[in-house]
Structures are given as structure tokens and as C-alpha cells.
Design a protein around this ligand. Structure first.
Ligand code: RB5
Length: 151
């Protein structure tokens, strides 16, 4: 399975300190494959607040500057909560490849989130490749995702 071959846009990345190592791993993978990315931080393992990095990434995805986004913190929970405050974001917290596949097929997730502190590099790779290569099924799911934004 190829890693990703259909985006002209850079993939957007964000993490806090707890997701930093996993983000660095993803950067290594993307660089090896020649896939463009934009890193919104954090830029070290110094203690930081996930929302400070989530919001700039969310705005870039909403504006169409990056696609998709990848948002990582220790559990994936805090950063996905911050991402999903944005009406144009469908951020999916994925911990295995089956969930990653369904998040694309059924939810047209535009941001992948995962728990950096609880997954091996092999698991992260599997989730990443699955997320990037699974198309949205549309149909009844189109109607459902249209009802997600509020306000
Ligand atoms: C940081 O210690 C941790 O709380 C954060 O990365 C995340 O897991 C929060 O949801």
C-alpha cells in the first residue's frame, strides 16, 4: 500500500510535548517518502499546552492550506477536543487501523489524532497509512456529517 499519493497540499502536524516523539517519527516517515508537511509545533519535549498547537493547525485545515491534519498528544484526547471546537474540523481519535479506516470511510475525518504515549511506531505507521489511503464512502454518511456542525 502506498503511503499517500493524492494530495497537493502539505499534511499539517501538531502535538504537545507528549506527542512530540510520535510527531518526529511521522516527520521521518513523510521525509523518507517525499511527502510535504507543515509542522505547527510543539518543537521540543518541553512541557506545553496542546491547544496552543491545535488551533493553528485547525485554522490551516479549515482554510484549505493543509490536508489532512495530524494532531497528537499523550492520550489524543485533549488535542482532539481542541481540534473539534472548530466547525470545519472532523478530528478522529484513532488507536487502531480499523478505527482509522472507519473514521475516513464513514466520517470523512480531516484530522487524524492518536495517543502518542500508548502506541508503538509500528502501530502509528499502520494507522497513518490506513487513514491516508481510505476514501470517504459518501452516500448516507454524507447526510450524517452535514449534520455535525452546530451554531
Ligand atoms: C500531557 O501530560 C497530557 O495531559 C496531554 O498530552 C494529553 O494527554 C491530554 O489530553
Amino acid at each position: 500500500m502506498s503511503l499517500f499519493d493524492h494530495s497537493e497540499k502539505p499534511i499539517g502536524l501538531a502535538s504537545d510535548h507528549a506527542g512530540f516523539a510520535a510527531k518526529q517519527y511521522i516527520i521521518r516517515v513523510l521525509e523518507e517518502k517525499g511527502i510535504p508537511y507543515r509542522d505547527f509545533g510543539a518543537y521540543s519535549e518541553e512541557s506545553s499546552d496542546y491547544a496552543d498547537f491545535a488551533h493553528p493547525l485547525a485554522l490551516a485545515v479549515e482554510k484549505g492550506e493543509c490536508y489532512p491534519g495530524i494532531a497528537i498528544c499523550g492520550t489524543g484526547i485533549g488535542i482532539s477536543m481542541a481540534m473539534n471546537k472548530h466547525q470545519g474540523i472532523r478530528c478522529a481519535l484513532c488507536w487502531n487501523k480499523e478505527i482509522a479506516s472507519l473514521s475516513r470511510a464513514h466520517n470523512d475525518a480531516n484530522v487524524l489524532s492518536f495517543p502518542g504515549r500508548f502506541l508503538s511506531e509500528e502501530e502509528i505507521y499502520e494507522i497513518l497509512v490506513t487513514f491516508l489511503n481510505t476514501p470517504f464512502e459518501g452516500g448516507r454518511h454524507e447526510r450524517r456529517i452535514r449534520k455535525i456542525p452546530c451554531g
